[in-house]
Design a protein around this ligand. Structure first.
Ligand code: AMP
Ligand code: FES
Ligand code: ZN
Length: 294
């Protein structure tokens, strides 16, 4: 198989793009996909201060690497969840990366606020994952605003976005569909949020991380996320196998045809937390509640 771009021997085949690439051309393709996402959705420019939420996994480290290579001012934020045998390993990977690139890293310890994920898990009866997501998003926003960043970027890829869309459509979660987008503009108390990897798949990101020799954490969180998304990803990949390009078509179709209508119709009647000012549906946000405020 020959590289679609330079005709050298290809190392990767991407059926959804009807293409095959050698190593250099794949890296060029990958960076182009990220650059295109940033430009199309006006995510940020070279004058913006971007904060990247980095977990130590392949997606967020890939994102950080690409943004630095593309010449953006991008610092990292790591939230130490305090999970034994997991968080310390992840922290080590993030620190190693930051050091190797001479990049700035901010670290937050949830244990310092008395809400490490094992502590939270002991306080509640339902699975801790969804609350963990809320806590992380809260800190991404709070730390970003406090430190003067304009934009918060996460490492969500196409598979993350498509499986979430699929789940939201299956259950017709209208309020989640309204907010599903590669870019959410800033509003009072909320930082602009972007997902520059939304055009690339989990496979693409793995190949990028491998070609670049990125050292990332590949152990699963022991409280493992809802298996449902993993099941959806598996089924969506089966559909993709028989019909390459379906995932990106499904997602782009939503963004073009449905998302604008939903965003117009959006009913934003959020209150502000009376302790910290974070948008919430009740009078105290879930993080302040976890910290013991009633
Ligand atoms: P996940 O919800 O684990 O799939 O992660 C989605 C995105 O959230 C990642 O790509 C990161 O950008 C960010 N993220 C997840 N966990 C952390 C963490 N502990 N610290 C900072 N960012 C994180
Ligand atoms: Fe949050 Fe596992 S990463 S519960
Ligand atoms: Zn609050």
């Amino acid at each position: 198989m020959k590289c679609t771009r330079c005709k050298k021997e290809a190392e990767v085949e991407l059926k959804s793009h009807n293409a095959a690439f050698c190593r250099d051309c794949f890296l060029h393709f990958f960076e182009n996909q990220v650059a295109k996402a940033i430009k199309t959705h006006k995510m940020f420019s070279k004058t913006d201060r971007v904060l990247i939420a980095v977990s130590g996994g392949k997606d967020s480290l890939t994102l950080w690497n690409v943004l630095l290579d593309l010449g953006y001012e991008a610092d990292g934020l790591f939230i130490n969840l305090g999970i034994d045998g997991f968080s310390e390993v992840a922290k080590g990977k993030v620190e190693k990366f930051a050091q190797s690139r001479g990049a700035k890293l901010i670290t937050v310890n949830l244990a310092d606020d008395g809400i490490s994920i094992p502590e939270v898990k002991n306080k509640i009866r339902r699975p801790v994952c969804s609350l963990c997501g809320q806590v992380k998003r809260y800190y991404f926003n709070m730390i970003g605003l406090k430190n003067g960043y304009n934009v918060l970027a996460t490492g969500h890829n196409l598979d993350d976005e498509v499986s979430r869309l699929f789940s939201n459509v299956l259950h017709w979660n209208m309020e989640y569909l309204e907010d599903q987008s590669p870019v959410l503009p800033d509003e009072e108390g909320l930082l602009k949020k972007v997902k520059p990897l939304y055009r690339v798949t989990e496979f693409d990101t793995s190949v990028y991380a491998f070609f670049k020799g990125l050292d990332f954490v590949d152990i699963e969180c022991p409280f493992s996320k809802g298996a449902t998304f993993t099941v959806y990803k598996k089924h969506l990949n089966q559909i993709e196998f028989f019909s390459p390009g379906t995932k990106i078509d499904f997602y782009q179709g939503f963004l073009k045809k449905l998302q604008p209508i939903m965003a117009d119709d959006k009913n934003d009647s959020k209150n502000r937390c009376k302790i910290c000012g974070y948008p919430t549906f009740s009078d105290i946000c879930s993080v302040c509640r976890l910290k013991g405020y009633r």
